[in-house]
Ligand binder design. Sequence first.
Ligand code: NAD
Length: 261
Amino acid sequence: MELKRFVGQVALVTGAGSGIGQACALRFAQEGARVACLDVNDAANESAAAACQAAESEAITAHCNVADPDSVKAAVEAAMSKWGRVDILVAAAGIYSGSPLVEVPLKQWQRLIDINLTGVFLCNQAVAPIMMAQKSGSIINISSMAGKTSWPASAEYSASKSGVIGLTRSVAMELAPYGATANAICPGNTLTEMVKHVASQVAPRDGVSPEEWLQLRANDCPMKRMAEPWEIAGVAAFLASPDSRYMTGQALEVDGGMVMS
Ligand SMILES: NC(=O)c1ccc[n+]([C@@H]2O[C@H](COP(=O)([O-])OP(=O)(O)OC[C@H]3O[C@@H](n4cnc5c(N)ncnc54)[C@H](O)[C@@H]3O)[C@@H](O)[C@H]2O)c1
């Protein structure tokens, strides 16, 4: 059955140029939404928008650094001036860094927090008044299994992703009286450029090839495989759909059973 749940709606997706954000942009386009693709990587963002258009959706791109309030404001205004509404926000833009605690340079900590946590805050803050005025809307913030559990040498990443869960709950409380929802998704290892990049950096330290490292990470979870980005996008679509109207402030583990195990 082909679902078209978002005809007439507008979805804003940050980090749309790659991985989970790109899969979400395409999924919302396939289901009939008009999509604003936001990313710092213009070339990747353009190809994501082209894929949305190939799915017969309207799509625009905005060069947007989620850590910069003016950049976020301009991107949201671009979508508003084109379509006059925002029904869905997927805040997927993010980066990964990690070092043993005593070696984390303050700049590395701050850069990641600026993008992964402040970036989500700024995007939520920019769309919330629009959704309140519309009396509808769905915010979907991409956290991580690292927001629910932790491992060594991931202080800033884990802190940012736990922060996204707390932020999402507070936003959910403020939006609830207006009929809008805010939920987080906590993906497990998902096969994207981010994970491949981490593999290429960390595998030599562990004495294995990047491919072996990826397989080891896949084996960490009960399903013994990584997620594909479209498997995260499917849950984002559910969270934007009427089927989840009474669900807010939740942080869903979409991780092949990793955290519960
Ligand atoms: N891949 C995983 O295993 C995994 C697991 C859990 C959570 N996540 C989270 O999912 C989200 C997407 O990750 P991914 O794996 O698809 O990564 P990815 O590297 O494939 O894509 C991230 C995208 O974000 C963009 N981006 C980076 N900094 C930006 C900024 N300042 N402003 C705007 N765009 C920016 C990049 O250009 C890129 O297109 C991230 O928040 C990540 O932390 C990923």
